[in-house]
Design a protein around this ligand. Structure first.
Ligand code: SAH
Length: 372
């Protein structure tokens, strides 16, 4: 459902009836179009809950009722079981209503032996999904997706395809990795072409390696479609070149999910502080005060520029800049939340010198439609 291509929905109040996996693509497309989105449905999938907790949508965990149509400009039915009743309410009120209609399966795409395609979806903007990744979604029987994946492209999956949301919300609800592995294997064993749509690149803190191993152990063929990692895309979209001829000859990407000194941490923060490379920290918002303090204690100059970018590639993208000594406090004061990437090094100072990168215009996508 590519609303951006057809309608100007900026500032329009849109009710999405249904909070299951079918709501993911329309909600993402509506947010990308600047609509004010409220989702009503009794069993929301984790990614919908996550968007609500991040303040990007309103969510009511109950069945929709006619009062929900008050002061709404458009209604989107995201659950086929609600289609008839919601359309009747809308007809009574003269309200426009659309349902999501996904394309029919490509001819000849009948399942034979099942397989799994590990697709890196990029940082969230559907335009940053590769052509191969989009083709995989278009030929899927099952899409197993994540909250950081470009869920706006789920409307490109064939009509028969099942969409399974296995979002892992930091410190919140999640599907254990073992269960995700099992799901991939179970569906593939049933002869399905399973697309595992992940955020960024599958093998950059994406647990794609474990999924691959699980499939290999079960004898399931695996294809890999690399993706644009947020480690690269986040800084780039915030105006930071990770390398720059006069400033640095490399970059190092680390996970910040464990703070320095944690018994489980295997990183040598002293070596990182002295590496002379740009440092890129993923999953490091809660631990950023400890990480930056340790880097400075280990010799990184406290005046080293730093930048944190959140929601890179999405309409909510924003970034804050400071010195490495101050970035955690400045980010916290600005309300910075995950998902975010922090980049530390002289290149982070270039963001202030370069003009802000122009926003990529929304890209109309062929083959998508808002069915009336
Ligand atoms: N495989 C992913 C990373 C998964 S780990 C990739 O290659 O991008 C999850 C972390 O990725 C988040 O905590 C955050 O640090 C980063 N991240 C993912 N998407 C992001 C986005 N759109 N903006 C900023 N950071 C993002």
């Amino acid at each position: 459902m590519s609303f951006t291509a057809d309608l100007d929905l900026a500032g329009c109040a849109v009710l999405v009836a249904g909070a299951g996996a079918g709501a993911l693509a329309p909600v993402r497309s509506l947010l990308d179009a600047g609509a004010l989105v409220r989702v009503v449905g009794h069993t929301p999938v984790d990614t919908v809950v996550d968007l609500a907790e991040r303040g990007q949508i309103g969510l009511d965990r109950r069945s929709p009722s006619p009062v929900d149509l008050h002061a709404v400009h458009l209604v989107v039915v995201a659950d086929p079981t609600l289609d008839e009743v919601v359309r009747r309410w809308c007809a009574d009120l003269g309200l426009p209503v659309v349902g999501s209609r996904r394309p029919a399966a490509a001819p000849g795409a009948t399942p034979g032996q099942g397989s799994v395609v590990l697709v890196g979806g990029g940082p969230g903007d559907p335009g940053l999904l590769t052509v191969a990744g989009l083709e995989a979604v278009r030929s899927a029987d099952v899409v197993v997706t994540d909250r950081l994946a470009p869920i706006g492209v789920l409307d490109q999956a064939p009509a028969h395809a099942e969409v399974v949301d296995v979002a892992k919300i930091p410190r919140g609800s999640f599907t254990p990795q073992e269960r995700i592995n099992e799901l991939l294997v179970e569906h593939a064993r049933a002869g399905k072409r399973v697309v595992r749509l992940k955020g960024g690149d599958p093998f950059v803190f994406g647990r794609g390696g474990e999924e691959w191993q699980a499939c290999a152990e079960a004898g399931i063929p695996v294809e890999v479609v690399p993706g644009v990692s947020s480690a690269l895309a986040g800084p780039a979209l915030a105006g930071v070149p990770l390398t720059h001829r006069t400033l640095t000859q490399g970059f190092t990407v680390v996970s910040g999910h464990l703070p320095p000194g944690d018994p489980g941490s295997t990183l040598d923060w002293g070596a990182l502080a002295r590496s002379g490379t740009t440092l890129v920290v993923l999953m490091g918002i809660a631990t950023l005060p400890a990480i930056t303090a340790e880097l400075v204690a280990q010799g990184l100059p406290a005046t080293t520029p730093a930048l944190t970018v959140t929601d890179a590639g999405l309409p909510a993208q924003r970034s804050v800049s400071a010195t490495v000594a101050d970035i955690a406090a400045v980010g916290e004061a600005a309300g910075v939340r995950a998902p975010a990437v922090t980049v530390i090094g002289p290149v982070a100072g270039l963001a202030a010198q370069l003009p802000a990168p122009a926003a990529r215009p929304p890209r109309p996508r062929g083959g998508s439609s808002a069915a009336g």
